[in-house]
Design a binder for this molecule. Structure first.
Ligand SMILES: Cc1cc2nc3c(=O)[nH]c(=O)nc-3n(C[C@H](O)[C@H](O)[C@H](O)COP(=O)(O)OP(=O)(O)OC[C@H]3O[C@@H](n4cnc5c(N)ncnc54)[C@H](O)[C@@H]3O)c2cc1C
Ligand code: SF4
Ligand code: SF4
Length: 677
């Protein structure tokens, strides 16, 4: 501990009226100014502002302060700000303690007298601790100048291109055989109606050809170790059973496959078919074929026809290779961007809408494939085709339903998916374009047209004769058992007029919401990420650090962090890229100084701390104690985040986080009136 007699400065913030309207700040200042060790106590309207920080700096210099307490908001918000203030005034930044009199006091108490009294106590407790703090030294580690991007939808593609254009190496890992994500499945995009493929495919090609990008499709990250600036990732490149270098993408194999046109295509949302050896869609990047090992006769049954695999026979380049195996590669990188996107709401959770049993009740994503010129119907909204994709009818009455699986407590999704109002308006416009005589109705709860050009687009669609009725359908069912009668009944109440309705339609499009991916757990476990209450990845701070995560050096881009349209996805991807670039361009990063330390003499080597550490920062190492080799815990300071889980688990008190040692926090707790003996 610092041996100087403490000269403490206490700075109490009004936070405008956030604190000042509830806590009697002048009374608090008057009270704490008399506490032992306090050299000065002051108040200010916004302590985090330039003049507020100036007060602290001047006092450090003029009054010789050696400890500072800021009583304001949560340390999560402004501890870094005030540490910087101390540093700029020449004081070690770790000789700061914050008393949270906003979130833990003025925001949660209505009684002004009690809030004032609690604020005094919280500051007294901080005074008891601050005198016992040690000056800590921050260390810097080098940052490897490369970035790993996981997921190659529009978010991952944009982030990768920005970083690569800035001159840094990027590894892009995409789970499926092609880059593009959901955007590659869309037809036109709201509100400008640009063709999705036209704006996306050039970027898909760029990401594959960029000299600074190493693209690994049909691949997955299996494990990541290390810390900000120095990550090591293990990546599994799954066997495609097609030699990447030999395949010319000609497609003869797929034409000759014995299962040609018999396997539902994931890209076409099961409405079109593919072969067992396939390219997901004609513009796929890379344009290399892949064999689906679960469907391929040779790989799943050990035999393909009497003559053997037809694809291999047909492929003149000799690219088909059934002996190919998965490949494991290891890469090193300084930063990571997670851009793993979303799933659409699973309609099986809402059986009352009849999606599973009626092929004229479709999801918004299925509609995109029907509307697309490259889709299974060549862009015609044809329904009721047979298994060979032939026949079918065009609908006369089309209904669109908002908020399916969003803003709905019954399916545990209370959030708004932000894109469905607008994509349904776009789809209503596309129907008007393709079927000018169709009767089009949209059922909505309310229309959220918040983005640039959205309200204008919504107005345009209504002017095109699309009827909007406010009401949330309770049920959708077939009108008759006659297979030739395609009429569906939408049971709904018009909530503006209070009229119950049984609306008829022969095509119903469900505005399914965006949900976290079903396999989100895999990424959470690998990268130690957290989820917010809606299930998407949690950012470090919703306003000030929206692309950072609690794991330093790991950033979020796109819909994996929450539902977004394409403009917002691209903007966030650019934000994530710039955050990663800051680290890589500077080349060094400070690691946490408030890490845990082990008192080796007290450590019994039980390993409880190793088990509980969420960051894998502790290992047991051998120590020679007078000829006996014993195990003791050792902390990797670059990995440790100072969370204190280890200290709570250690039965012998041998491991403690700096600035949160028992001898520092017990007096603080005692000052609050708790018996700590
Ligand atoms: C029906 C519908 C219509 C829409 N229409 C519009 C529109 O007109 N205009 C508009 O602005 N927005 C529209 N949107 C929203 C748009 O789809 C999204 O904004 C955009 O696609 C988000 O891109 P993303 O990269 O974040 O996610 P995604 O497109 O989901 O991409 C994520 C990528 O990560 C990959 N991945 C996932 N997990 C892993 C892993 N573990 N390892 C490696 N790779 C992984 C996935 O395979 C995928 O390629 C629409 C959405 C829907 C559902
Ligand atoms: S320091 Fe915190 S409490 Fe004070 S003004 Fe700034 S934000 Fe508000
Ligand atoms: S082995 Fe047979 S089933 Fe498998 S991809 Fe080749 S042709 Fe198709």
């Amino acid at each position: 501990m610092n041996s100087l007699k403490p000269r403490i400065g206490v700075y109490v913030c009004h936070c405008g009226i956030n604190i000042g309207a509830v806590v009697d700040v002048p009374a608090v200042v008057e009270h704490v100014s008399k506490a032992p060790g306090v050299a000065v106590a002051r108040e200010y309207t916004y302590m985090c502002s330039d003049p507020g920080q100036g007060l602290i700096k001047d006092d450090i210099k003029n009054l010789g302060l050696n400890r500072v307490i800021v009583a304001s908001c949560s340390p999560r918000m402004h501890e870094p700000t005030f540490r910087k203030t101390l540093k700029e005034a020449g004081l070690n930044p770790y000789l700061l303690e914050m008393a949270n009199i906003r979130e833990q006091c003025s925001w949660v108490h209505e009684d002004h007298a009690e809030a004032t009294s609690k604020a005094k106590k919280l500051i007294e407790a901080a005074i008891a601790k601050v005198a016992l703090l040690d000056a800590l030294e921050e260390k810097e580690v080098d940052v490897i100048p490369s970035c790993l991007v996981i997921g190659a939808g529009i978010a991952g593609i944009q982030a990768a291109l920005d970083i690569a254009d800035a001159g840094f190496k990027v590894y892009v890992v995409e789970k499926t055989p092609s880059v593009g994500g959901h955007m590659s499945q869309l037809d036109k995009t709201f509100p400008t109606l640009d063709c999705s493929a036209c704006i996306l495919t050039p970027k898909m090609v760029d990401v594959a050809n960029h000299p600074n990008i190493e693209l690994m499709t049909y691949s997955q990250v299996e494990a990541v170790e290390g810390y900000v600036g120095n990550f090591k990732a293990k990546i599994r490149k799954k066997a495609r059973y097609v030699d990447f270098n030999k395949c010319t993408g000609c497609g003869v194999c797929a034409e000759n496959c014995r299962l040609a046109g018999r396997i539902p295509s994931e890209f076409d949302e099961q409405m079109g078919n593919r072969s067992a050896i396939y390219l997901p869609f004609p513009q796929a990047v890379p344009a290399k074929y892949t064999i689906d090992p679960e469907r391929c006769l040779q790989l799943s049954k050990g035999k393909c026809g009497k003559e053997g695999p037809a694809c291999a026979e047909a492929c003149t380049a000799g690219a088909v290779n059934f002996e190919q195996e998965d490949e494991l590669v290891e890469i090193e990188c300084g930063t990571i961007i997670v851009a793993t996107g979303y799933d659409v709401f699973d309609m099986n959770k809402k059986p009352e809408y009849g999606w599973a049993d009626n092929d004229n009740v479709i999801t918004g994503l299925e509609f995109e494939r029907l509307a697309s010129a490259s889709g299974p119907t060549g862009g015609k909204p044809l329904l009721g085709r047979d298994k060979k994709g032939e026949g079918g009818y065009l609908p006369d009455k089309v209904s669109f339903i908002h908020c399916v699986g969003s803003r709905d407590k019954s399916v545990d999704n209370e959030y708004c998916s932000r894109v469905c109002c607008m994509y349904l308006a776009k789809q209503a416009h596309l129907i008007r374009d393709k079927l000018p005589e169709a009767d089009i109705t949209v059922f909505y709860m309310d229309v959220r047209a918040f983005g640039k050009g959205f309200e204008e687009f919504y107005d345009r669609v209504r002017r095109e004769g699309v009827r909007y009725i406010r009401g949330n359908p309770s049920e959708i069912y077939r009108k008759s058992a006659d297979p030739d009668d395609h009429t569906m009944i939408i049971k709904v109440e018009d909530t503006l007029t209070g009229t119950p309705m049984e609306h008829e339609a022969d095509m119903v499009v469900l505005g399914v919401g965006l949900t976290p991916r079903k396999d989100i757990r895999e990424i959470i476990d690998i990268f130690k990420l957290s989820q917010s209450t809606d299930g998407f990845f949690l950012e470090a701070h919703p306003k000030l650090r929206p692309v950072d995560t609690a794991s330093d050096g790991v950033f979020l881009a796109g819909c994996c962090q929450g539902p977004k349209d394409i403009p917002d996805t691209v903007a966030q991807a650019k934000g994530a890229a710039s955050s990663a670039l800051i680290l890589m361009a500077y080349g060094k990063v400070k690691v946490e100084a408030q890490v845990s330390v082990v008192n080796a003499d007290q450590c019994r080597g039980c390993g409880f701390c190793v088990e509980v550490c969420p960051f894998g920062a502790i290992e047991l190492v051998d120590e020679n104690r007078m000829g006996n080799i014993v195990k003791v815990a050792q902390v990797n300071e670059a990995l440790c985040k100072g969370c204190g889980s280890c200290a709570a688990a250690c039965l012998s008190g041998a491991i403690q986080p700096r600035s949160f040692k028992d001898e520092q926090i017990l007096p603080q707790i005692a000052a609050l009136g708790v018996n700590t003996q």
